[in-house]
Each structure stands twice: as C-alpha cells, then as structure tokens.
Design a protein around this ligand. Structure first.
Ligand code: PMP
Length: 434
C-alpha cells in the first residue's frame, strides 16, 4: 500500500495539532461512501468503526447531503435561543415519537454526546432538588467536567482534577467478569442488593438525583447489562424518586437493531441521551425525557449558541427518514448475525477470545490470557488492530484495558464487503496465534 501522502499528512498533524487529541489509527481520508474510505493516497479502506458509531447510515447518504445543501441555501445559523426555526421543532417531535418515556415526552437538542449528558444531569438535579449522581464502573459519558467525572477509565481524566463533586460509582452488572460461580439470576439479585446497601454506606437515596447507565457499555467494551438488572433498577428508581437516565449515545439509531437499546429491555427511562449516528456526522445530540421532568429546568439553565444548529437538524431529519426508508434496523440485525456468527467460530478456535458479546450489530470480542476474564490481553488486541490496518481494515478497541475488539461498521455495508473485513480479522488472528 502506498502511503506517502498519508505519512506527510500525519507528520503535519503531529506538528500542528495538540498531542492530547488522540488517534486510533494511521488512516487518512479524501473521500468516504457507505463503509468505504479512500485515503489521500487513493487506497480503498474498509471502515469497521463508522467514525466511532456515528455512521450507522453509511458515509454520505445522498438524501442527507441534499438536505444539508438545501438548508444551507436558506439559513445556516440564527441560534434557537434567539430565533425559532422549524427543523429544530420537527426533530424534537420526531424524537418524542421514536423514544417512549412513559407519557408525553419533550426534547432539547445539543451538539455532542457529552453535552447531552451534562444537560440530562442538570435537568435531573432541578427536577428532584437533589445533588448526587450514581454512575457505573467501565462507563464512558464524555469529556466535559461532569461527563468526565462520570467516566470510569482513570486515564481519561489524568491531570484534569478536581472532578465534579457528588458523583458516586457502583459496579456495572458485568456477569462475564464478576459472575463466576453464580447463576445470572443470583448475580443480579446480589448486584441490586449491593445498590440498596450502597444507599446505606455511601450516599443516601434521598440525596440521589439520577442514576445514569449505558444499557450496553460502548467504550467500556460492549458489555450488555442483564435485562432483569435494568428492570430492578427501574423499580429502585421508582421507589426512591430517582431519575433514571439511559445514555444511548453509542447504542442509538440502529446500532442494536432498534432505534434505542431500551427496546430490548422493556424498560423506559425518565431521560435518555442521544448523539453520534443521529446526524450522520453533523454534530448533533439530544436529551429526551418525560415532560414534567424536562420542563422542571428553569429558563436559561439549559441552552447554548449552537444547540440544534439548522444544518445539523436537517441532516438528522434526513438521516432518520433514510433509516426508516431502507429499514436500517433490519439491516443491523443481519449484520449483527453475520459478525456474531463469525466471531463465535473464531472463539471456538482461539482460546485467547474470552467472550463474544453484544446486542444487535453492536458486537465485540474480548481477548484474555489463560481463559481468565481477570487477565486482559491488551497486546494481542493491539497487534491485531495494527495488522488489520496494514491490510486496509480500520477497526478499533474498547474496554477499560483496550483488550476488546469492537465492531461499529456502517450498517449499510454489503455482505460481501463485511465478509471481506471479517476475513482480514480471521486471517490476521490466525497469523498472530501461530
Ligand atoms: N456517551 C456515550 C455512551 C459515548 O459512547 C460517548 C462517546 N463515545 C459519549 C457519551 C460522548 O459523546 P461525544 O464524544 O459526542 O461528546
């Protein structure tokens, strides 16, 4: 693969861009369509990351391009805090109808996932008049102060303290890592009992405004919470008047073969947060919630110059319509089945794969040493990702120990290209295991 122009671009990046802006991969881009990226040297790369879960509807869907151009010709920005425009309202109406929250829902639009989380917490605090927030080990909620504090991997916040006060962390219900010797039912009962105990030992339930959870942890490694845990959590929140927040930033918009992961759990949150794939790459996020909770935020306490920018709203409305038109959730189901099946075959062959897991098309495999969930194998995962990159497949890791290979492939990928990418993973893993 000729990479001279890519190397020159990466050298300019190193010279001009702050080092702390991390990069997973040495790939570059001049053009992207569906699940293919053409780099600046003209190499064709397969994209299994979709801009970290943003490109569920594929790179550059034509209806989204058309909607952005059409909107740009009318007006680009007025600020929704100053002048009202229809695309913002139409998008809120659409999200209210897509995402059930028990009764009437209302929405505020923002620019990013982190901003959605920040605002969800601000709203929950005002709705309850309480200060504390409970979050989970392995969680990722963003890089702003509250979102970073809620995030679990300590390296994300290295040198950035002091963190936001009144944030409490409990264990994520990770049956694979922590359920040894128990049935899943007994494990869940124990985790819910631990939460009740936590109210006695760490923070009073009367002081807790919100519990925020990812139904499937994204950056944490695609760990899926047991359904019965989420049902139990709903009951705990109802009992104590705590706002239950589902962070669906990475799980949303088709990734789990549903509009939101909550559809698989038969549980509705009080508030949910969204971003990533809702705009096909334009910065847009949302906080959706029960009307009475959303309306408890005082005037001026939530907002921002760019929230629900007209171009981003137009892109999001066109993305959602396109997802409906092509039945993206069905495509996700098929993609998920293929990936899971191929990964299960690899697991049967390679002892280094501790677990294959996920929901819908949100599938990952975890690498461990000695078949022990407590011994993460970062080196193998890292080598595999680098080897795949050399073969033109862009794929990234997840997990607190970066030992989980996660697939966030655009869901419009052809079966042929999907299998081509999976062949690369299988072939390179075979070589590394030899
Ligand atoms: N929540 C979750 C579950 C996420 O996966 C992410 C991003 N990986 C965020 C919040 C933060 O989103 P953003 O990067 O758009 O701020």
């Amino acid at each position: 693969m000729n990479k001279s122009k890519s190397e020159a671009l990466l050298a300019r990046r190193k010279d001009a861009v702050a080092n702390g802006v991390g990069v997973f991969n040495t790939a570059t881009v001049q053009l992207a369509k569906d699940a293919t990226i053409i780099d600046v040297d003209g190499n064709e790369l397969i994209d299994f990351t979709g801009g970290i879960g943003v490109i569920n509807a594929g790179h550059c869907p034509q209806p989204v391009i058309d909607a952005i151009i059409d909107q740009a010709q009318k007006y680009i920005h007025t600020s929704f805090n100053v002048v009202t425009y229809e695309p913002y309202i139409a998008l809120c109406e659409k999200l209210n109808s897509l995402f059930p929250h028990g009764g009437k829902a209302k929405t505020m639009l923002v620019n990013t996932g982190a901003e959605a989380v920040e605002n969800a917490i601000k709203i929950a605090k005002q709705a309850t008049g309480r200060n504390a927030v409970i979050c989970y080990s392995g969680a990722f909620h963003g890089r702003t102060l509250m979102a970073m504090t809620l995030t679990s991997r300590t390296s994300y916040g290295a040198g950035c303290g002091p963190f936001a006060p009144e944030v409490y962390r409990v264990d994520y219900p990770d049956f694979y890592k922590n359920g040894a010797g128990k049935t899943q039912e007994a494990f869940v009962i124990n985790e819910l009992n631990k939460l009740e105990e936590y109210f006695e030992t760490h923070v009073r339930h009367q002081d807790v405004a919100a519990i925020i959870i990812e139904l499937v942890q994204g950056e944490g490694g695609f760990t899926v919470a047991p359904k019965s845990y989420i049902k139990g959590l709903r009951e705990v929140c109802d009992k104590y008047g705590i706002v239950l927040i589902f962070d669906e930033v990475q799980t949303g918009f088709g990734r789990t073969a549903a509009w939101g992961a909550s559809a698989h759990f038969d549980v509705q949150p009080d508030i949910s947060t969204w971003a990533k794939s809702m705009g096909s790459g334009l910065p847009i996020g949302a906080v959706v919630g029960k009307q009475e909770i959303m309306d408890s935020a005082g005037a001026g306490t939530i907002g921002g110059t760019y929230i629900g920018n007209p171009l981003a709203c137009a892109a999001s409305l066109a993305t959602i319509k396109y997802m409906e038109d092509i039945n993206l959730n069905d495509k996700a189901k098929k993609v998920g089945e293929i990936v899971r099946n191929r990964f299960e075959i690899l697991k049967a062959k390679h002892a280094a794969i501790g677990e294959v897991r996920g929901l819908g098309a949100m599938i990952a495999m975890e690498f461990v040493k000695n078949s022990d969930p407590q011994q993460p194998d970062y080196d193998l995962c890292n080598k595999l990702i680098k080897a795949c990159a050399e073969r033109g497949l862009i794929v990234i890791a997840a997990g607190v120990h970066k030992n989980v290979l996660r697939i966030l492939v655009p869901l419009v990928i052809s079966e042929e290209l999907l299998n081509k990418g999976l062949d690369i993973i299988a072939g390179e893993l075979e070589k590394l295991s030899a």
